[in-house]
Design a protein around this ligand. Structure first.
Ligand code: C2E
Ligand code: MG
Ligand code: MG
Ligand code: MG
Length: 287
C-alpha cells in the first residue's frame, strides 16, 4: 500500500468490518514496529459494585495509535497479532506495563485495586513460559499478585492442556476470570474442574435487556449458575439505566460499561479512584 502512505489514509476501522488480505499485510508489517515505536497505550475501565457504587477493579485494554491510520481497535489487530506470532511480545508488554502502573498508583498512595489483563490463547501455548514470565514481572514490579486478574476465554479454559498453567497461576493468588461468558462453543464442565474465580457476562446479552426476552433469560440463568457455584459475576457493556436496573433486580453484583465509565487514560485513574462517584463522571464521559 505504498500509495496509501500519503496523508489522506486515516480510516475508521469498524469492528465488524472484515479486513481484506492486503490490509492485513499492511497491519502485520506495522505491528512489527509498533512496540519499538511506542505506539501502544493502555486504557483502564473501572468496574463498579452496583450496591455501593464503589470501584472494585479495573480492566486494562490495549490501544494502538497507528502513526498513519490513527486508532486501530484491538478487535482488528489482536487477531492479526495472534496469527503472526506477535501476541507474545505484545502480551508481555501489556502485563509489564499494567503491573508497573498498578504498583505506581499504590506507591503514590491510592488504595490498592485489582487490575484485569486480557490473555490470548496463544500466550498459553508454550508450557510453563507464561507462569515464569508473570512471576518475573511480579518480582520486577513488586506488585502483590492479589491485585492481578487474568481474563481468559471459555475456549482456552476448555483445553485440557491449559489446566496446569491455570492452576499454577491460581496458586500464585492471581484471580482468573472467564471473559465473554456464554458466547463460545464450550461445555460447562470446566467450571467445576478449573480454579475459576469470576465470570463476565458478555455484552451481547446485556444489550438485549428490555428488548430481547431470551437475552434476559440467559442472563438470569448465568447469574443463578454463578451464585450456586460461588463465582463472582460481572456484567459487561452496561450502557443504560434499564440494563442496570434489570441486573440489580437479578442480584448481579458488579458492572462494567459506558453507563458509569468508558475506558480511561492511566492519568485519570487516581482522580477517579479518589472520587468514588460515578454520577460525577457521567457528564465528563465519552470524551
Ligand atoms: P473484552 O475483553 O471483552 O473487553 C471489553 C470491550 O468492551 C472493550 O473493547 C471495551 O472498550 C468495550 N466496552 C466496555 N464498556 C462498553 C459498553 O458499555 N458498550 C460497548 N459497546 N462496549 C463497551 P475494546 O477495548 O475495543 O477491546 C475489544 C477486545 O479486544 C477485548 O474484549 C479483548 O478481547 C481484546 N483486547 C483488548 N485489550 C487486549 C489485550 O491487552 N490483550 C489481548 N489479548 N486482548 C485484548
Ligand atoms: Mg476482557
Ligand atoms: Mg475478550
Ligand atoms: Mg468481554
Amino acid at each position: 500500500r505504498a500509495k496509501d502512505e500519503g496523508k489522506n489514509n486515516y480510516r475508521i476501522y469498524d469492528d465488524t468490518l472484515n479486513v481484506d488480505a492486503e490490509e492485513k499485510i499492511y497491519i502485520k508489517n506495522s505491528l512489527r514496529r509498533a512496540l519499538d515505536n511506542d505506539e501502544f497505550d493502555i486504557y483502564y475501565q473501572p468496574q463498579v459494585e452496583i450496591k455501593s457504587r464503589e470501584i472494585i477493579g479495573l480492566e486494562a485494554l490495549i490501544r494502538w495509535n497507528h502513526p498513519k491510520r490513527g486508532p486501530i481497535p484491538p478487535s482488528v489487530f489482536i487477531p492479526i497479532a495472534e496469527e503472526c506470532g506477535l501476541i507474545e511480545p505484545i502480551g508481555e508488554w501489556v502485563l509489564r506495563t499494567v503491573c508497573k502502573q498498578s504498583r505506581a498508583w499504590q506507591d503514590a498512595g491510592a488504595d490498592p485495586i485489582r487490575v484485569a489483563v486480557n490473555l490470548s490463547a496463544r500466550q498459553f501455548k508454550q508450557r510453563g513460559k507464561l507462569t515464569e514470565m508473570i512471576k518475573t514481572i511480579l518480582a520486577e514490579t513488586g506488585l502483590d499478585p492479589a491485585y492481578l486478574e487474568l481474563e481468559i476465554t471459555e475456549n482456552l479454559a476448555m483445553q485440557d492442556e491449559n489446566a496446569e498453567t491455570l492452576q499454577e497461576l491460581r496458586n500464585l493468588q492471581i484471580t482468573i476470570s472467564i471473559d465473554d461468558f456464554g458466547t463460545h462453543y464450550s461445555s460447562l464442565s470446566y467450571l467445576k474442574r478449573l480454579p475459576i474465580d469470576k465470570i463476565k457476562i458478555d455484552r451481547s446479552f446485556v444489550g438485549g435487556i428490555s428488548k430481547e426476552p431470551k437475552d434476559e433469560a440467559i442472563i438470569q440463568a448465568i447469574l443463578l449458575l454463578a451464585s450456586h457455584l460461588g463465582l463472582t459475576i460481572i456484567a459487561e457493556g452496561v450502557e443504560t439505566k434499564d440494563q442496570l436496573a434489570f441486573l440489580q433486580h437479578n442480584h448481579c453484583h458488579d458492572i462494567q460499561g459506558y453507563l458509569y465509565y468508558p475506558p480511561q487514560k492511566a492519568d485519570s485513574i487516581p482522580r477517579i479512584l479518589s472520587n468514588h462517584s460515578p454520577e460525577y463522571e457521567l457528564a465528563a464521559e465519552k470524551g
